[in-house]
Design a protein around this ligand. Sequence first.
Ligand code: ADP
Ligand code: MG
Length: 331
Amino acid sequence: MELKKIGEFGLINSIARRAPGAPSDIIRGIGDDAAVIALDKTRCLLFTTDTLIESIHFETSFTSPYLLGKKSLAVNLSDIAAMGGTPHSFVVSLSIPPGVTYEFIKKFYAGIYAQAKKFNVSLVGGDTTASPDKLAITISLLGAARAGEVICRHGACTGDAIYVTGFLGDSALGLSLLKKKKAGSSVNCLVKQHLDPVPRVAQGREIARRSVASSMIDVSDGLLADLRHILDESGVGARLRLDRVPLSPRYCKSLQRGSADYYNAALCGGEDYELLFTVPPEKEKTIATLRKLSGIPLTRIGEVAGKKGELKIFDESGREVSYKREGFTHF
Ligand code: ADP
Ligand code: MG
C-alpha cells in the first residue's frame, strides 16, 4: 500500500498501535509534542526530535546556513515549550550531500550555538554521515519539568476557552514571498518569521507554572491541524471565531481583506511555532497576568464545545464557514 493512502498521521497511529507495552515510568509516549518520562515522584524528563530535509523543509537558496542552524534548534525548543518544560540538552545528526562546504557547516553551527546560548541548552553529541543527494538535519532535545506541571494534548474539556500566543500566518506568507522572490522591508518581517522563528519557551513555562492550561500544543502544521490534534486527544469539539484569529499588521497589509483566501495562511499555513492552549473558565483571570509577563499577544480565539471531533468555524457575522484543507502533512 502506498503511504499516501494511510497518510502521515495514519502511519504514526499504526506505529503506535503496534508498539509493545511500556513500563509505568513512561507517562506519555507517542502522541504528544514530547515524550514524558518520570524520573521520580516530582520530576519528569521530556524528549523530542524533529527533522528538517532540504527541498521539503528548507531551500539553501532561501535561507543562510546560520539561520538554518537557528531554526533547526528552534523547532525542537518549541516542542518542549508546548509541554510547559525547560529545555536542557540536545544532539544533532547531519547527513551531508556532495557540494556542502566546511564553511557552510561552520556557519550552520554558529546558528545552532547562538540559539543554544539564548535558550540555555547544550549540544552533547550527534552523528555525521554522507547523504547521496539532500541535506538532512535531525535534532533530538531533552527537557525537564515538574511532574504536576506537564501539559499534554489530551486535557481539554468542554467549556474551556481556546487561546493562542503571538500572530498566525506570517511564516506561511513569508515562505510564499520567498518562493515569488519578493523583497522589501515589510516583506522582510514575514520572511524573518519563516526563517528565524522564536520558540515560546518562556511563555510555555509561565503557562505551566501557573497551571493555566488544560491542554497545549505548538502550531507547527497549522492552527486547524494542530487544534485537531488537541480535539482528537481530548475527545472534544471546538468552535473558532475567524475574526478573533490574531493577524499581524504586516499580514493584514500584504493581503486583500475580504478575499477568499484571506485567512488561509493563518489557519492552514503552519510553521508559526506559537502555542495553542485551552484554559478552564476558573483560570481565565490569570491570562491578564500572563499577558503582562509575556510581552506578546495572547488571544482568545474560540471555545471547546460541541460534539467530539467537531470543529466549527464562524465568521464575524456568525455564519459558519468551511475549510477543506486543514494543514500540512507529509505523503
Ligand atoms: P510535532 O509536530 O509536535 O513534532 P509530530 O506530528 O511530528 O509532532 O508527531 C506526533 C507524535 O508522533 C509525536 O509524539 C511523535 O514523537 C510521534 N512520532 C512521529 N513519527 C514517529 C515515528 N516514525 N515513530 C514513532 N513515533 C513517531
Ligand atoms: Mg509540536
